[in-house]
Design a protein around this ligand. Sequence first.
Ligand code: GLC
Ligand code: CA
Length: 518
Amino acid sequence: MPKWLDDAVFYEIYPQSFLDTNGDGIGDFQGIIEKLDYIKDLGCNALWINPCFDSPFKDAGYDVRDYKKTAERYGTNDDLKRLFAEAHRKQIHVLLDLVPGHTSEEHEWFIKSKNPEPNEYWNRYIWTNSWFSWDMEGLKFIAGETERNGSYIVNFFKCQPALNYGFLQPRTPWQLPVTHPDSIATREALKDIIRFWLDRGCDGFRVDMADSLVKFDDEKKTGTSAVWSNIREMLDKEYPEAAIVSEWSNPPLALKAGFHMDFLLDHEGKGYHTLMRDYKVGAAGTPVDDKSFFKKDAKGDICLFLENYLPWYESTKGDGYISLITGNHDTARLGATLSPDELAIAYATLWTLPGVPFLYYGDEIAMRYLFLPTKEGGFTRTGSRTPMQWTNGKNKGFSNAAPEKLYLPVDPAPGAPTVETQEKDSSSLLNTVKAILKLRHGEPDLQAQPNLEILYAEKGKVPFIYRRGSFVIAVNPSTDAVSAPVKGAGTPVFTIGTGTLDNGECRLNAQSFGIWKV
Ligand code: GLC
Ligand code: CA
């Protein structure tokens, strides 16, 4: 387990929208380099950059055309190497985004694979043995598109043919077993990409759709897990400091398979979902009937989160970390539904739970979700991908380009949050974020390690109180003053709102959060 994860706090950057330094309206590597001090000062010491490789951008870069070449719009491979070096100089680690399950239909492997004549790449993707065979449970086929006499399987969009890691239980001859040399060749090609970027200075990968590799896998994902265990073995041997985090949202499976961290994603009905996005989407796309725990008047229930989280947490202790996110490039921004005051309590909670947290760019200032036409396959995700709001000047400081040339429009609201405004306001969300993260970095008890003890969590009630080593932490997102029994007394080290811990009782006023040293 790489030691640096103990105190890592990640910042996710959607490179298109972070900072444009050459006036073409789209973010670039140089823009990230210029903001490394900002990121460090915020309290983040690690980055995850969304795919920045050569791509036709039909899915914002998750359709990779060349894994070993950066997209020109962001800069060259050398610029990215310079980014790694500059980041490392500031003790910031950098994860790239690895897309192992599929490529772009324009990747040279696929161009060779769709050739009617058999060749080295014929089995790099999953093809049926006849153009007329394109129907099978759970698999998505594209038929009639190529000269090769077969149909191929996609993982996500039509432009993303699925790479072939084999089938756990093949049912027909075109379904190769996972032990077939061509299934293994795909895994080895993936390792080659991993080594390529680690050798150039990256510190690991966020892994896209990590559970999607082997087809007809069983419930335990035995086939896919074996691929990752094999890759983890290679990492442990050759790159013991490299870290991988999975988009899987099943920590017991993902961490056993070899990931160091696994994200909890916003899946409806699952625990994480109930914290901040437990609402229905109404007619105009606006949220209604919000029952989220951190919504002040929602009377949300922390037990809905804990029922899902705690068994996963308990069963993965020592295997790796659960990663709680503020949001990501696929998820609705919280700025639309939670006020900065509600967000402060939400972030303070997320970042004082065990595991390795991830902050999505712009969430530190509560950027809003914008209703926009789709861009690069974003569809409803597009509104969470708009340019970072740095200043109150032109294009909110994102770019010098003419506004209509921007990758996506900046938030046009007159009071749209910006870093410039919030830096000057000591009570802003931005400054609260800095204070919480600073405290976390100073106290090993509040970092990734699994030292969580629940002190008070009752169905449908607040507060929520837990212990991390020598700290007691209490959360009250509601508009009521509340209290609960907690043994002993403590010295306050951080509070939002007001509260006390003494005489065997913890009291919190409306919308308050506190950390006490006991
Ligand atoms: C993941 C990515 C998403 C992408 C999809 C296909 O879910 O986060 O943005 O569209 O995989 O690669
Ligand atoms: Ca640019």
